[in-house]
Design a protein around this ligand. Structure first.
Ligand SMILES: N[C@@H](CCC(=O)N[C@@H](CS)C(=O)NCC(=O)O)C(=O)O
Length: 195
C-alpha cells in the first residue's frame, strides 16, 4: 500500500492515524501538490494529498474513502460503525470536522495572495464557516469510543492549532477541548502532530 504524504496535511493525518490505529503499514511517498509531482499525478489527476494506492493497484483519493478502506482491512476496533444510529452520528461529526478543513485549508492558501475586496469577502465567509462548525461540534455528543468522527475532530482542531493559533478555538468550547486533550494522549494522534 502506498500513501502520497505531506506532514502538514490534516487530511493525510486522518489516514495515517487510522492506519496506526489498526497497526497497518504502508509506503509513504512525500509529495508537495503545489509542485505537481509526476508520481502524485500518476495516481491522482486532482493532484491532492492524501492519495492512496491499494496492494491491488487501485488508487483511492479523498481522505474519507481512504480511511474507510483502511478501517475495512484493519483488524483493530472499527472506527466506522455499522449502519445504524452510531454510524450516522459519527459521520455527522466527521463531515463537520472535514468541513472545518475544507474552509481552513483554502482560506490559508488564499491569505498568501494579494488581497482585494473579493478575497476579503471570501476570507470572511471561510472564517464564519469554521467558527460555526466549531460551535456546532461543541454541541454534539463526543462521548464513547474512538470513531471516525473523533479522528476528524482531532485532526481539524490540531490543524487550527497549527495554522490558526492566532484565532484560538478553545475559548467557549470546553467539551471540545476536553475531547481533544483526552484523544491527544493516544499515540495515533500524539505521533502525528502536523509539522
Ligand atoms: N477532500 C480531500 C481534500 C484533500 C486536500 O485538499 N488536500 C490538500 C492538502 S491539505 C491538497 O492536496 N491541496 C492541493 C490542491 O488543492 O491543489 C480529502 O479529504 O482528502
Amino acid at each position: 500500500m502506498k500513501l502520497h504524504f505531506s506532514g502538514t496535511s490534516p487530511y493525510v493525518r486522518k489516514c495515517v492515524a487510522v492506519a496506526k490505529h489498526h497497526g497497518l503499514s504502508m509506503e509513504h511517498v512525500p509529495a508537495n501538490p503545489a509542485q505537481n509531482p509526476a508520481s502524485l499525478l500518476a495516481d491522482n489527476p486532482l493532484c491532492k494529498v492524501p492519495s492512496f494506492v491499494t496492494d491491488d493497484g487501485l488508487a483511492l483519493n479523498d481522505s474519507p474513502v481512504i480511511c474507510e478502506y483502511l478501517d475495512h482491512i484493519g483488524t483493530g476496533a472499527k472506527l466506522f460503525p455499522a449502519p445504524g444510529p452510531a454510524r450516522w452520528q459519527a459521520l455527522a461529526i466527521a463531515v463537520l470536522a472535514d468541513g472545518i478543513l475544507d474552509a481552513a485549508v483554502p482560506r490559508r492558501g488564499a491569505s498568501m495572495l494579494p488581497q482585494d475586496e473579493g478575497r476579503q469577502a471570501a476570507d470572511a465567509r471561510f472564517k464564519a464557516a469554521m467558527t460555526r462548525a466549531v460551535d456546532a461540534l461543541e454541541g454534539m455528543d463526543l462521548s464513547g469510543p474512538l470513531d471516525i468522527g473523533k479522528v476528524g475532530v482531532v485532526c481539524a482542531l490540531g490543524y487550527l492549532d497549527f495554522r490558526y493559533a492566532h484565532e484560538p478555538w478553545r475559548p467557549g468550547h470546553p467539551k471540545l477541548e476536553a475531547c481533544y486533550e483526552a484523544q491527544m494522549q493516544n499515540p495515533i494522534f500524539a505521533e502525528t502532530k502536523p509539522g
